[in-house]
Design a protein around this ligand. Structure first.
Ligand code: ARG
Length: 462
């Protein structure tokens, strides 16, 4: 007995309708509709290539181009009617195309499968979004360089173990953040390179019997090359894993900056003030100005790390070639993109606009014997072996702690108790300015070095 025609594109071999729950459970259109524009872009290139090799006529191509153009407008206007019954973005677009232009629409899927189609779409989308992340990173770096320039001479304590260690310049600290972001930028660029290979033409898994010109469509879509192996092309999502790894590292960097911003903006430190527009108040405590944005970014790092583990686990043990498991790649990937883009966007504007409280930084650096190493170096210059100098300064610090004052507040006679070679010029060494200026070595904290590094960094990102 002949069956009635089936609204499902693959309904031909089925005797029974899909269970409604299963239909909703297996559908991806709720989240993959964000790929609509790249899906159309991929379809246009595929259609143009099909016409180029003679599978489609010029007239059919013209109809497809016109139909896809209209769909693109509908998607952009938000008037496209998405249907869960049509499962995913690909079948929604294709069904609409056929309803608009008839038979020519049904020919679009010639020599193609949703397997190579989705693998192509994600790459197109990710490539574009990596570009967005990179732009925000550059913008952020630019702001850090400007801030570093303004504060090449501003002194604050440098910490190890969150204990005052040695005085550093605020510009130097900002340049450390710049370097972290520079490596993030490089990781994203590297990931984009490997993602930029075109699966289209791999079809379901084995390639296709149509004489497709894959070089031609790759060129149209600005891919570096068509993939060499069809099984691998439809199956692996390592490029998405790579992106999530790069994103997790970048978020980890942002979380470290966030932690410092939170600490620095506390009343106890009072090193900086964040712009009001990035903070909120408390509904009960009128005095509060909370560093919400850094805290949120610190928290969001957790979800991005989680997405990386999700994708690794999704891919683990998957046999070749395409498995429906891979439909689960999208939500973690999209949320990673949104989280990273949002966090970078916030930091790129917030950090360069923070207010520096140079006086509080300076006073904090004066505490905690931050120039003790300089006194040891001074003694080494006078001929003591470093280990002995270390010991002498240790004794002097113990004495100063007992007296409740800093080394620079001790008189010459007090310091001379610890070593006879200490002379009046020691006080230059014990000042914070003397300490940072002395570190005038490649990569060091001296204002002169910081200015050199800023100039180099500016060239790097120009
Ligand atoms: N929605 C699917 C995905 O995201 C598209 C590919 C489906 N292919 C298939 N044979 N069911 O992976």
């Amino acid at each position: 007995m002949a069956k009635q025609s089936d609204s499902r594109m693959w309904g031909g071999r089925f005797q029974e309708q899909t269970d409604e729950f299963v239909e909703a459970f297996t559908a991806s259109v709720d989240f993959d509709q964000r790929l609509a524009l790249v899906d159309i872009q991929g379809s246009l290139a595929h259609a143009r290539m099909l016409q180029h090799v003679g599978v489609l006529s010029a007239d059919e191509l013209a109809q497809i181009e016109q139909g896809l153009g209209q769909i693109e407008q509908e998607v952009q206007a938000g008037s496209f009617n998405w249907s869960v019954k049509l499962e995913d973005v690909h079948m929604n677009v294709e069904a609409r195309l056929t309803s608009l232009i008839g038979d020519a629409g049904k020919k679009l899927h010639t020599g193609r499968s949703r397997n190579d189609q989705i693998a192509t779409d994600i790459r197109l989308y990710l490539r574009e979004q990596i570009g967005v992340c990179q732009q925000y990173i550059r913008h952020f770096q630019q702001g850090l360089l400007d801030l570093a320039e303004q504060h090449a001479e501003t002194i604050l304590p440098g910490f190890t173990h969150l204990q005052v260690a040695q005085p550093i310049t605020f510009g130097h600290h900002m340049l450390a953040w710049f370097e972290m972001l520079e490596r993030d930028h490089g990781r994203l660029a590297d990931c984009a390179k490997r993602a930029n290979i075109m699966p289209l033409g791999a079809a379901a898994l084995a390639g296709t019997s149509y004489p497709l010109d894959r070089e031609y469509s790759a060129k149209l879509l600005d891919f570096t090359a068509p993939s060499r192996n069809s099984l691998d092309a439809v199956s692996d999502r390592d490029f998405a894993i790579e992106f999530c790894a790069a994103a997790a590292i970048c978020m980890t960097h942002l979380s470290r900056m966030a932690e410092e911003l939170v600490i620095w903006s506390s009343a106890q430190f009072n090193f900086i003030e964040l712009p009001d527009r990035y903070c909120t108040g408390s509904s009960i405590m009128p005095q509060k100005k909370n560093p919400d944005v850094p805290e949120l970014v610190r928290g969001k790092t957790g979800r991005v790390n989680g997405h990386l583990v999700s994708l690794l686990t999704l891919m683990k043990s998957q046999t070749l070639a395409y498995n429906k498991d891979n439909q689960e790649d999208k939500e973690p990937l999209f949320d990673t993109i949104d989280t990273l883009v949002g966090s970078l966007r916030a930091f790129a504007d917030m950090v360069p606009n923070l207010t520096v409280n140079a006086e509080a930084m300076y006073q904090a650096a004066r505490q905690g014997f931050s120039t003790a190493t300089d006194l040891a170096d001074y003694l080494v210059n006078k001929g003591l072996p470093f280990r002995d100098a270390h010991e002498v300064v240790g004794n002097a610090v113990a004495y100063a702690i007992e007296q409740g004052k800093d080394l620079s507040d001790c008189g010459l006679d007090e310091l001379q108790q610890f070593h006879a070679s200490i002379e009046q010029d020691v006080f230059e060494v014990l000042t914070l300015e003397g300490s940072v200026n002395a570190r005038d070595i490649l990569g060091g904290t001296a204002p002169a070095q910081v200015r050199k590094q800023i100039a180099q960094c500016r060239q790097l990102i120009a």
